[in-house]
Design a protein around this ligand. Structure first.
Ligand code: SF4
Length: 368
């Protein structure tokens, strides 16, 4: 950067005061609301978050409501937003604040940073925006802007270079208005210095931008290529009892999609005999040597997660006898229920399950 820091800060803040989007979490000083918004905004687009933010605060208007909430209700509100550990951690953190800190969200970076789910970014964002602490918050948008401003070739998606970008952000921080400054730099990244086709001609800080001056904007940020996501194959059973109800099971609270409900499933080899695998799933699940059921193939679903993708072959499984849920083998799940297809809407479901339900509803095999 070749001109003064003060001018850069002034241009950025002035642009933000005129061009910032009218977002609901910018209309409040409540640390709880700001914290909720920052957790939701991690890994998720602003337009997607807005509706979730309103629904979440309607259901849990205060940190006390969140601490007292039922995890199933929380996961239902969060359903579709992904990265469910964020919701579980937010609830655990709320419980600590309410039951161990007298309901006061810490206005101290180190104390706040120790709460479940609070990393460097969330801590700096909440502390600066809600409490005015002079901390620079560095997310993906900020890293991209910094890489271009300073022509930095360290890959922005590699954690070991986080400190490089944090140091650059610290240098630019407006310590008298840290919350506004952090939001301004993130807004610049989201609205002007976009990943593709940044609009440098209308950028308020173009005179300070090395990449723009050198006509090298297209070279930054540098990102290390990701490995191809591995693919896993699963077989899933839609078990139907004599009352036309389907069996759903709840995943363990810890781990991937923790606490969400799904149809029973298990991993299989790509070359497997799927009918035989589905029968074995039933035998394992109901914890009996032989189960009498007839199978009808339903469909194949593909679903992508951050680090892998899955291909699921689903079968209707008609049980000739009503088996008790007490007999279920819960080594892979924590809970099970028979539900009508309409009642499934009340549960927080995995993405795969949500893809299967519309197909189930149209199927002539299930009488609703
Ligand atoms: Fe980004 Fe272009 Fe502005 Fe530089 S001039 S900060 S590349 S939008």
């Amino acid at each position: 950067m070749n001109t003064s820091l003060l001018q850069f800060q002034k241009r950025l803040l002035s642009w933000f005061s005129i061009h910032q989007r009218n977002l609901p979490w910018r209309q409040t000083n409540d640390p709880y609301c700001i914290w909720v918004s920052e957790v939701m905004l991690q890994q998720t687009r602003v337009n997607t978050v807005i509706d979730y933010y309103h629904r979440f605060l309607d259901k849990f208007p205060s940190i006390e409501h969140l601490a007292d909430s039922d995890l199933d209700d929380l996961l239902k509100i969060w359903e579709g937003l992904g990265y469910y550990a964020r919701a579980r951690n937010l609830k655990r953190a709320a419980e600590i604040v309410v039951f161990e800190m007298e309901g006061c969200i810490p206005n101290n970076y180190r104390q706040f940073r120790q709460l479940p789910g609070v990393g460097d970014y969330i801590a700096a964002a909440v502390q600066s925006i809600a409490f005015g602490k002079p901390l620079a918050a560095v997310d993906g948008n900020v890293k991209r802007v910094l890489a271009r401003l300073y022509c930095r070739s360290e890959p922005t998606n590699i954690a070991k270079f986080n400190k490089t970008f944090q140091d650059l952000a610290d240098r630019l921080l407006v310590t008298s208005q840290p919350g506004t400054y952090n939001q301004a730099l993130m807004e610049l990244g989201a609205m002007v210095c976009r990943p593709k086709s940044p609009t440098c001609l209308v950028c308020p800080v173009q005179n300070f931008c090395d990449a723009h001056q050198k006509l090298e904007v297209g070279l930054f940020p540098v990102r290390q290529a990701k490995k191809k996501r591995p693919e896993h194959q699963l077989v899933s059973g839609i078990f139907i009892n004599g009352k036309n109800e389907v069996l759903v099971v709840q995943r363990p609270l810890k781990g991937l999609l923790g606490g969400l409900w799904e149809f029973p499933n298990q991993h299989v080899n790509p070359s497997a005999d799927l009918v035989q695998d589905c029968k074995e799933l039933a035998v394992d699940l109901f914890n009996i040597q032989e189960v009498s059921l007839s199978l009808t193939y339903l469909t194949q679903i593909k679903h992508a997660y951050t680090h892998f993708q899955v291909v699921v072959d689903a079968f209707f499984c008609y049980l000739s006898t009503d088996l008790s849920l007490e007999a279920l083998d819960f080594k892979n799940w924590t809970n099970a229920q028979w539900k009508t297809i309409e009642e499934l809407d009340q549960l927080a479901l995995t993405g795969i399950t949500n893809k299967l339900i519309p197909i189930l509803k149209k199927s002539p095999h299930l009488i609703s």
